[in-house]
Write a protein that binds this ligand. Structure first.
Ligand code: GLU
Length: 276
């Protein structure tokens, strides 16, 4: 079974990453993917540190490693397909515009879903021919669901927290996800589109990743169905929390694997710290 570990080189790997990588490694053949589309935040030295830390942990993976910065034309092709299907529109709204639209008296309470604030649809009627460099490209969620028809796809979750098959729910997608961004103005793609294209390209059987991404999975399964890509199984694992019960972030350098290494910890200590 092929699994993957897909870190972004935007900071040191911490205990949460160690747990994610060890989980992927134990559940199958782990492929590594460097998610470096955000070039403003990604740095080559973080990438090198990722390889060092993973090797130190005793993990191994096939080479060459897939790097998202080299895959922009594949993301572009997927975006073009969704555009050709008539499911997208250009959007020039900035975050402040979206907040302003959502705070209008008639707008109701803003909903924050797995992709952030649910977009109020301000630009939805703009034609694609109108798209310029200042525009993001959004998926028209209602049209996408129409296209898939009444029998929506499902995914299998093999993780401990949300057992069972999960069928996509049109109403939840409209109300809590909405018109997600497929291509950011500055990047030409988005996390959701890139991850779907790459999991298919790498022929991943089971996507292993943190619980924080469970809610985003219906977006990925929807895009797979639209693009005619296979849906892998998903295994969302528990998050490693800090002493205050908050999930670890890249900025929590104190929890960095490199810091534990420098203090003399062994790979076995790391495994114990993450509860393995
Ligand atoms: N690149 C993401 C991260 O570092 C993980 C995305 C995924 O596993 O789907 O948080």
């Amino acid at each position: 079974m092929r699994t993957r570990f897909a870190p972004s080189p935007t900071g040191p790997l911490h205990l949460g990453h160690a747990f994610a990588a060890l989980t992927a490694f134990e559940r199958g053949q782990m492929l590594l993917r460097i998610e470096d589309i955000d070039t403003a935040r990604s740095r080559p030295d973080w990438e090198t540190q990722i390889y060092n830390d993973l090797a130190w942990l005793g993990l191994d993976w096939p080479r060459p490693v897939l790097r998202q910065s080299g895959r922009l034309s594949a993301y572009r092709a997927a975006l073009d397909r969704l555009c050709a299907m008539g499911l997208t529109y250009p959007c020039r709204c900035r975050r402040a515009d979206i907040r302003a639209a959502l705070s209008a008296p008639q707008a109701g309470a803003p909903v924050i879903g797995p992709d952030g604030l649910v977009y109020p649809g301000t630009c939805r009627e703009r034609p694609l021919s109108d798209a310029g460099p200042e525009d993001a490209i959004r998926l028209d969620m209602a049209r996408a669901l129409d296209r898939l028809g009444p029998h929506l796809p499902a995914f299998t979750e093999t993780g401990p927290m949300h057992p069972g098959p999960h069928r996509l729910d049109a109403r939840a997608l409209i109300e809590t996800v909405g018109d997600v961004v497929l291509a950011r103005r500055d990047l030409g793609t988005s996390y959701h589109l890139a991850v779907v294209v790459d999991d298919a390209f790498q022929e991943i059987d089971e996507v292993t990743r943190g619980e924080d991404l469970f809610e985003a999975t219906p977006i990925h399964v929807l895009l797979q169905a639209l693009l005619g890509l296979p849906t892998p199984a998903y295994h969302h694992h528990r998050l490693i929390l800090d002493d205050a019960g908050k999930r670890l972030a890249k900025r929590d350098d104190a929890r960095a694997i490199a810091a534990y290494r420098a203090e003399g910890a062994t790979p076995a200590d790391i495994r114990r710290m993450v509860g393995l």
